[in-house]
Design a protein around this ligand. Sequence first.
Ligand code: NDP
Ligand code: 2IT
Length: 445
Amino acid sequence: MKYVERVISEYEIKDKSMPEFIQALKEVLLSTSVIFEKYPEYEKMAILERLCEPEKILQFKVPWMDDLGTIHVNRGYRVQFSGVLGPYKGGLRLHPSVNLGVLKFLGFEQVFKNALTTLPIGGGKGGSDFNPKGKSDNEIMRFCQSFMTELYSHIGPDVDVPAGDMGTGAREIGFLFGQYRRIKKMSERGVITGKGLSYGGSLARKQATGYGLIYFVKEICEYHNIEMANKKAIVSGSGNVAIYACEKAQEYGIKVVAMSDSKGYIIDNNINLDVVKNIKEQLRVSLSEYPTLANSGEYFEGSIYDANIKAEFILPCATQNEINETRAKQLVDNGCILVGEGANMPNDNEAIKVYLENGVIFAPGKAANAGGVATSALEMTQNSMRLSWTFEEVDEKLQQIMASIHEQCLTAMQRYDLDSKNYVASANIAGMEKVIEAMIAQGDY
Ligand code: NDP
Ligand code: 2IT
């Protein structure tokens, strides 16, 4: 049995209760098997076993009191996956679907994504099964304080630097940072990123993941001679990543014809993003309010990917496994030519196969959405230097980083003789080679 297949089958037994982690392992390992064919000595060095096992996993109880005085207990986690390239770095997800398997998949992906940014950050991920929906600001604050009361002793600017992810935005980061500062009695701004601008945050971090996705799409379009203007796009989700992907896409003349949330989706000729921002960033309510507030468009319940919408660009920016084989085939039938993942693993492995078999360009999350974490690393840099760059300076660096990730993919394609539309294998190879090199150099065993 091939090395890669052996390691996958061992994990299929060891982590059989973690389907998302197994899915991510398969995506990464099967597409990088060429590395292990080229360097058979890596098997003896147990490189894959060392890469697939997190360095440390923390699980802790998060008790908090709601506004009526009832006590709740959630589970908190931090998966410190790999520190070979720098402090563990990755977001905190607050969502009822969070469990260890989901965070292991996210942490594993984060290791290679962070390697692609070329910045000195290792990979990690954390979060809780806490549901922020419908909670008051005070309840959110008490939860965040309780979460940080346990986490604080495991993180630090040179140890582990959390940030936002689904359900964790500026409000939650503020409460988390405030509790860390109170407990530590130190001004360590670089312990968490995505902070507010008044206390050490970076301009353009809020926009960075969505903008970065579109900068990456722009690189692809330039390389493959595709005109961006007037193409139709579906952007799923209407959270942080989706909103700023839509904003930058519209700036480039792309027509965003549909967006979604966890309950349904809106279809409009050209989405009115100010209304979506108001609904999601201010009112924090459902997209069903859109037709009334925008005075245009229609709202439907269900998945945006069952709606049979015609679009050339598909930009999934909500959550994992939104698109399966059937939905991918429908997207292809409806004229899709490019899929760029703003979310982490929104396409399952069968969907990716459909794209590659049908000549659709596929940009995986670990390359396409790396702008968020890259800008977090720029926030860390500014915190260390004790100064702030302008929006334009950060945005310029973000564009350079996304262009460099595209360049790294092209180089890997050439070195391993891969198809020029196969960004999934090339991104995985480029990220993994960097991590392996650092592991070997550091005698990481
Ligand atoms: P947010 O919490 O801001 O937004 C998430 C969006 O996804 C919301 O619109 C939410 O709907 C929707 N959603 C949640 N669950 C489902 C579901 N089951 N089906 C359909 N839609 C759903 O999160 P982010 O925008 O920060 O994150 C989105 C994705 O991008 C995640 O995969 C995250 O890991 C990834 N990512 C985030 C980065 C960041 O910097 N924030 C960086 C890189 C990747 P509703 O409004 O109803 O809750
Ligand atoms: O998935 C991701 O890359 C993020 N949620 C961003 C992590 C970060 O540290 O900014």
